[in-house]
Design a protein around this ligand. Structure first.
Ligand SMILES: Nc1nc2c(c(=O)[nH]1)N[C@H]1C(S)=C(S)[C@@H](COP(=O)(O)OP(=O)(O)OC[C@H]3O[C@@H](n4cnc5c(=O)[nH]c(N)nc54)[C@H](O)[C@@H]3O)O[C@H]1N2
Ligand SMILES: Nc1nc2c(c(=O)[nH]1)N[C@H]1C(S)=C(S)[C@@H](COP(=O)(O)OP(=O)(O)OC[C@H]3O[C@@H](n4cnc5c(=O)[nH]c(N)nc54)[C@H](O)[C@@H]3O)O[C@H]1N2
Ligand code: SF4
Ligand SMILES: [Mo]
Length: 684
């Protein structure tokens, strides 16, 4: 397998590198040194040969003529996209000379790395990069754009990113897909649920939008955005009131059930209905269905936590399986994420000890504000694995920040993305098929190794390779900055504190391709909460100033415009990835705005009309889709679309850069907008 990249022809194992819970096993077919076909690996125990369209078509992205081949320097204005080819030597020298001057004049904290998980390989996303920026003494990024609020909330209840093993969910009799667009974002959970459905399982979807997942459900429950905690509390109210709780489980494995029993008395069905928009009889029906069906699984998605109250909301939903004792039933319980199951040795990989003194942390969700307002100023930005000009909240401000003439920006990318167009230096990145890395799913329990299948495209280099070059040019002598990719992987896997990784060595992974965590069911057992139990009452939250019991808190004020705007991901893109591919764009057709028929009628809008969606942060032009898929007062779009000449489709121009209640999380779905037929006078 080591020689796969040199082999001209053959079939090679691989893994999907995208930020998707499924982390599919892949088989790559090569002819004459090039990838000709990508399919699912039938021997992967969870993904079993099925993959999504996006990745079946990945070859087109790998060999897209638009892909970057050489380092570039900017010759036009920022954002314009005019560049000239330069050598790697010139690129590295330009960057490091500029950084040395910046550090002399302002200190290393004037430099900010900005990245996310455009490629989920761990050594390329949280390995050599972290080592380098720690040694440099740069400002540190708070990685909060995806699931930070929900993670903190879930941890207060459950002590870590642990839940049901998805493979067990084939046995479930009830699935509650809660704020997750499973059909598009976690397709193998759908496959597992479909198997269970053949044995009589029912599928309930709770969402603000009846999208492809809502249409697949046996019962779709529409809810007003940001009110899910109230619904969960309403279910608890009924479970306690009707004696449908598992008292033995509550006594043995939870703390605070007596306080909770009293606390939820206030969340009667009528009160909850007024908050959530869910009819009182449906709340009762849902609670009884949940109590009377076993095993029952709650699959908790990202939707409810991309809100001002997202942390508390997920903390609250996470309490439900404890009330019915579902954690003791195989296939029952909940899955928010299983990222802690295969936790690697982060300290060995990231080497925080290379950071000599603590540096400031900058929330990635407030990039625009950070670039425009923060003192002392950010003077240089290094972006990789991410496209903030499209994906970050309040994106117009992000772009204003990127326009600053005195900001020295470097972007390491596969494509000249919207962000890369603002760079002073653009570096070409290899794709995951050209790299060595290890991958651990945040949903299933498998870890997998990727070794290069093809040669680097053009002059492109991997993230780890670029940071080794930068370290050398900065004159850094530490061995940690010279370690090879294989050494990085070995150091990360060597983690005696996590017994689930036992036996998962570089050799074993090379030979076996994927290996499963040696994880036992959570109960009987001790959680990593302070009490070791499920914390229905959390003293840790109390200490931090949160209500210690699960609580519904309304969304923040966001002006007085009439609609809550939910700009969610779509089926054929992966965040902004693939939004520059013609085939994927054709499949998505055009960016739509889903509206309720009553709202549309009041505004004189019909399906197919161009509508202007605006607020004080910015505006978009989308195509109206009118019907009953969303409640009145809510508008929904799907997809993070690439810029296109003459069109306004940057949905994040409208999203607030406030921080959620926990984890500094993003609140993409808590912004308000106005909608009007395009072409009218603005504001009328
Ligand atoms: N095809 C595809 N797959 C993807 C991605 C992609 O862009 N495209 N992105 C990947 C990434 S990075 C992530 S984090 C995951 C995210 O995948 P999911 O966990 O599915 O999260 P979202 O798609 O953000 O939102 C899920 C649903 O929440 C709904 N929602 C919004 N607000 C609320 C609310 O207040 N309450 C309720 N109940 N529902 C609400 C939205 O309408 C949406 O249907 O998917 C990954 N997989
Ligand atoms: N409105 C709205 N905005 C959102 C969301 C939403 O639901 N609604 N979802 C949010 C969420 S959950 C997330 S996770 C973020 C994701 O936001 P991002 O992490 O920015 O995700 P992508 O848009 O996929 O961009 C990843 C980029 O990394 C590049 N890349 C891939 N592999 C490599 C590599 O090996 N090296 C380098 N240097 N680059 C590489 C890709 O070419 C791509 O341009 O978006 C967030 N933004
Ligand atoms: S994007 Fe998700 S579903 Fe598609 S191949 Fe990758 S891991 Fe599988
Ligand atoms: Mo994400």
């Amino acid at each position: 397998m080591n020689s796969a990249k040199h082999a001209a022809n053959g079939v090679f194992p691989s893994v999907c590198s995208l930020d998707c819970p499924d982390q599919c096993g892949l088989i790559i077919h090569k002819e004459n040194g090039k990838i000709v076909k990508i399919e699912g690996d039938p021997s992967h125990p969870v993904t079993q040969g099925a993959i999504c369209n996006k990745v079946r078509n990945m070859g087109e992205r790998i060999y897209d003529p638009k892909r970057l081949q050489y380092p570039l320097k900017r010759v036009g204005g920022k954002g314009e996209g005019r560049f000239e080819r330069i050598s790697w030597a010139e690129a590295i020298d330009t960057i490091t000379s500029r950084w040395k001057q910046t550090i002399d004049a302002y200190g290393a904290e004037a430099i900010l790395p900005y990245s996310f998980y455009g490629n989920m390989g761990r050594i390329g996303t949280e390995g050599m990069d972290r080592r380098f920026f720690h040694r440099l003494g740069a400002s540190r990024l708070l990685y909060s754009i995806c699931q930070a609020a929900g993670t903190e909330g879930y941890n207060y209840t459950m002590g870590g990113a642990v839940g049901t093993d998805p493979e067990d969910t084939v046995d479930a009799k009830l699935f509650i897909m809660w704020g997750i667009n499973t059909v598009s974002t976690n397709m193998h959970q759908v496959v597992l649920a479909e198997k269970a459905r053949k044995n009589g399982a029912k599928i309930v979807v709770i969402d603000v939008h009846k999208n492809q997942t809502g249409r697949w459900a046996d019962w779709f429950i529409p809810i007003m955005p940001g009110t899910d905690a109230a619904l969960a509390l309403g279910i608890m109210h009924i479970l306690f009131a009707e004696n449908k709780t598992d008292e033995a489980f509550l006594r043995q494995y939870t703390v605070g059930h007596e306080e909770l029993r009293q606390h939820v008395k206030q969340y009667d069905p009528h009160t909850v209905s007024a908050i959530t928009g869910v009819p009182a009889e449906d709340i009762v029906k849902l609670a009884r269905l949940y109590a009377d069906t076993s095993p029952s699984l709650i699959r908790i998605g990202n939707g409810p936590q991309h809100h001002d109250n997202g942390g508390m909301c997920i903390r609250t939903i996470a309490c439900l399986p404890a009330l019915t004792g579902q954690w003791l039933v195989k296939g029952g319980g909940a899955i928010k994420g299983n990222g802690a199951v295969l936790e690697h040795n982060a300290a060995a990989l990231q080497r925080p000890d290379l950071l000599k003194r603590s540096t400031r942390r900058i929330n990635m969700n407030r990039l625009g504000s950070a670039l425009l307002e923060l003192e002392p100023k950010i003077r240089s930005l290094y972006v990789y694995n991410s496209n903030p000009a499209v994906v970050a909240p309040d994106a117009n401000r992000v772009r204003q920040g990127l326009e600053r003439e005195d900001l020295f920006t470097v972007v390491h990318e596969l494509f000249l993305t919207e962000t890369a167009k603002y760079a002073d230096i653009v570096l070409p990145a290899t794709s995951s098929f050209e790299n060595t890395d290890f991958y651990r799913s945040y949903w299933h329990h498998y870890i997998q190794l990727q070794q290069p299948v093809i040669e680097p495209y053009g002059e492109s280099k991997s993230n780890t390779e670029v940071f080794r070059l930068l370290a050398q040019a900065m004159g850094f002598e530490e061995q940690a900055l010279k370690d090879t990719d294989e050494e990085l992987i070995r150091q990360a896997l060597d983690h005696p504190a996590n017994p689930h990784l036992e036996g998962m060595t570089f050799e074993a992974l090379t030979e076996r391709q994927f290996m499963k965590a040696k994880a036992k069911p959570l109960f009987p057992g001790r959680l990593r909460t302070p009490s070791g139990k499920i914390e229905l009452y959390s003293k840790a939250m109390e200490k931090k100033g949160f209500p210690p019991l699960p609580t519904y808190t309304p969304l923040c004020e966001d002006g007085d415009l009439p609609f809550l705007f939910i700009p969610a991901p779509n089926h054929n893109f992966l965040n902004s990835t693939f939004s520059n591919n013609e085939k994927h764009v054709r499949m998505e057709k055009t960016p739509k705005l889903f509206m309720n028929a009553a709202d549309a009628e009041a505004l004189g809008i019909q399906t197919g009309d161009a509508v202007r969606v605006w607020n004080r942060r910015g505006e978009c032009e989308l195509t109206a889709s009118v019907g009953e898929d969303v409640l009145s007062g809510v508008v929904v779009s799907q997809g993070l679309w690439a810029d296109a000449p003459g069109s306004k489709r940057l949905v994040n121009a409208l999203t607030p850069d406030r921080e959620a209640d926990m984890g500094g999380g993003a609140v993409f779905f808590s912004g308000r907008v106005q909608v009007e037929k395009a072409g009218r006078e603005p504001g009328l």
